[in-house]
Design a protein around this ligand. Structure first.
Ligand SMILES: *Cc1c(COP(=O)(O)O)cnc(C)c1O
Length: 391
């Protein structure tokens, strides 16, 4: 592990450096034995006990915790300004479901109508089996949220902003006030915002979640998820027990790859979001595009709130609605040569997806919608390829 006899402070920079600087140097880690500037990959599943039976290193076994995973967690906690730290899981779904699993039977959940489809389906399946009340509301409508809350019984408000795949914006500060007034926690799926564009904990959220499979790793080669918490309270401890007991921690190899990716996160987000904003503007004027869904556009219904709560950009995700309808949308996705026709998002390679086909019946996703995840290719190439494919 990173802490040496002379303590972690000797290895970590002390002045208030910017997040970009801290991420670039992975918190300034230097291996105390070899002086390596890259943290070693700790693959050991077990750790030596002290003669007095203690574990002075803080590590005993790799299911509850491992040192490489802790390195990546420290960077994410720094980015999210999470007082209680961060916990990495084997997937975004493992992270998100750990939050819900920390609830008790009888607790009530309010979740958004527009949210990550697989998680919505999981909630619909699990809520009745686990005795949770569950209501879905239009989270961009604060009155709808207020009306759905059952004071004393609602224990968790789940928000995803921007919300996949319509990129609906929810006012985090307002949602926090409403949730807290009723005695509920607020958790934010901030995958599409990234820690660079939004700081949910500073805005009043209690827990922030990311599918680290997406922009945090950003190279489409790791499945991972993370939670970061404002407070080390009983609920956070319970989530830790669920991760340890359920064996849901991220493995060290994946944590190592994620750590490497986090060093360039601020640069990737800046480049990808700038290209997404540029494409949103250009496709807004495209004759074969009926509308562009992107919170950075001044006419977007979420723009005013997004401009207030997002920093440095509006994200790398947008959707376009193809004017000629569903078949034309599917045909457009079939004709692209540069964009990759694939699910997922946040990677350095740009992806296009006919989202309604993935989500199936009951989805709020319109059938003429193509979801675009913008990578780091030249934006002119991305525009030209899709322009040709639109016909
Ligand atoms: C992908 C995704 C998830 C699920 O994450 P996995 O890593 O695939 O388990 C949750 N929320 C959002 C917004 C996502 O994009």
């Amino acid at each position: 592990m990173s802490e040496s006899a002379d303590g972690p402070s000797s290895a970590h920079p002390t002045p208030p450096f910017t997040k970009r600087t801290l991420a670039a140097q992975a918190m300034g880690h230097v291996d105390p034995v070899t002086r390596a500037v890259v943290a070693p990959l700790h693959v050991s599943t077990t750790f030596l006990r002290d003669p007095d039976n203690g574990y002075s290193s803080g590590f005993s076994y790799a299911r509850p915790d491992n040192a490489t995973t802790r390195e990546a967690e420290a960077v994410i906690a720094m980015l999210e300004e999470a007082e209680a730290g961060a916990m990495l899981f084997g997937s975004g779904m493992a992270a998100a479901t750990a939050v819900f699993s920390a609830l008790e039977p009888g607790d009530h959940i309010v979740a958004p109508l527009v949210m990550y489809w697989a998680l919505k389906r999981w909630l619909q399946q699990e809520a009745p089996r686990r005795g949770w009340g569950l209501d879905f509301v239009a989270m961009d409508d604060l009155d709808a949220l207020r009306a759905a809350i059952r004071p004393g019984t609602t224990k968790l408000v789940w928000v995803e902003t921007p919300g996949n795949p319509l990129w609906t914006i929810t006012d985090i500060a307002a949602a926090a006030e409403i949730a807290h007034a009723a005695g509920a926690r607020l958790a934010i799926d901030s995958t599409a915002a990234s820690p660079i564009h939004t700081r949910p904990l500073r805005l009043g959220a209690d827990i922030v979640m990311h599918s680290a499979t997406k922009i945090l790793n950003g190279h489409s080669d790791v499945v991972a998820g993370v939670l970061a918490s404002a407070r080390a309270d009983g609920f956070w401890e319970r989530i830790g027990a669920i991760r340890a007991g359920g064996g849901a921690i991220l493995g060290p190899f994946e944590a190592y790859l994620l750590m490497r990716s986090l060093r360039t996160l601020p640069l990737r987000v800046a480049a990808q979001s700038a290209s997404a904003a540029d494409l949103a503007r250009r496709f807004s004027a495209h004759p074969r595009v009926a509308s562009v869904l992107y919170p950075g556009l001044p006419g977007d219904p979420g723009h005013a709130v997004a401009a207030r709560q997002m920093e440095g950009g509006f994200g790398f995700m947008l959707s376009i609605r193809v004017a000629a309808g569903e078949e034309a949308a599917i045909a457009t996705a079939a004709r692209v040569r540069l964009w990759k026709r694939a699910t997922s998002l946040g990677g350095v390679e740009s992806l296009i997806e006919h989202r309604a086909s993935v989500e199936g019946p009951g989805t709020p996703c319109p059938p003429d919608l193509l979801r675009l995840s913008v990578g780091i290719e030249h934006v002119d190439d991305l525009f030209a390829d899709l322009d040709v494919a639109l016909g």
